[in-house]
Design a protein around this ligand. Structure first.
Ligand SMILES: [Zn+2]
Ligand SMILES: [Zn+2]
Length: 245
């Protein structure tokens, strides 16, 4: 499995970068997890949009879905130029009807509801879902393949259920939208310290801090996490890849 950080900023992208998007690949299967602002542009550093095999959306906040519309346009234009039929299945929850229906576009992008209590098989991956604590319905995702387990918290305040959900994962991609000691909970987000405590308690091998804030010194987030958790801690950055074989 190969994980590429396409975008990692919380709320909106900094110049020439993107908000949330991760490319998850194995055996020639390309899964895009969230499609925030700037993701379509950044994605083209790695693959062409029409090479995607599936899109999975955690929730319908703009920093996670802003580029779905332009991805649809890219598929439309590439289909016309190549003369080949393109169909991209887009998986989202159905608890926000207008958000979910925005994933449907002509025959090119097909909105499919994931059932949060049921595993979802996509190519070499099996996904499972956990409801998060956020201002709108949102789901964390656990992705398992033959050689790795990767868990993404999506957007959430701290909740103890993350520990069981993320248990023994190779990689935890945890949102850390606030610094240690701040009130992240009322914003529906986590601090570096809370993200690190999940990594520690779930016996995670590698913690990637993401959904990063637009204030403070980001290296401080890493230092704060390292005080709680002994494993490897990294800050998400554009184009960072983590490969399992
Ligand atoms: Zn967000
Ligand atoms: Zn959100």
């Amino acid at each position: 499995m190969k994980v590429t950080v396409v975008g990692f900023w919380g709320g909106y992208p900094k110049m020439n970068e993107a908000s949330t998007g991760y490319l998850i690949e194995q055996d020639g299967f390309h899964l895009l997890l969230d499609c925030g602002s700037g993701v379509l542009s950044q994605l083209q550093r790695y693959i062409q949009p029409d090479e995607l095999d599936a899109l999975v959306i955690t929730h319908y906040h703009a920093d996670h879905i802003a580029d779905v519309g332009v991805l649809q346009h890219a598929l439309l234009i590439q289909e016309a130029l190549k003369g080949e039929t393109i169909i991209l299945p887009a998986y989202g929850h159905q608890e926000d009807e207008s958000g979910f229906s925005s994933l449907q576009y002509k025959e090119l992008m097909r909105a499919i509801a994931y059932q949060p209590e049921q595993p979802l098989k996509l190519g070499p991956f099996t996904l499972s879902f956990l409801r998060t604590r956020h201002s709108v319905p949102c789901y964390a995702v656990r992705i398992e393949s033959s050689n790795a387990v990767v868990v993404f918290t999506a957007d959430s305040a701290y909740q103890t259920s993350f520990i069981e959900f993320a248990k023994n994962a190779d990689l935890l991609i945890a949102e850390s939208n606030f610094y240690s000691g701040m009130d992240a909970q009322s914003a529906g987000h986590m601090t570096s310290e809370e993200a690190a405590s999940i990594a520690r308690d779930a016996r995670i091998k590698h913690l990637l801090l993401t959904h990063l804030p637009h204030f403070g010194n980001l290296n401080q987030l890493k230092k704060e996490a390292e005080q709680i958790y002994d494993g490897k801690v990294q800050l998400a950055s554009s184009g960072l890849t983590i490969t399992y074989s």
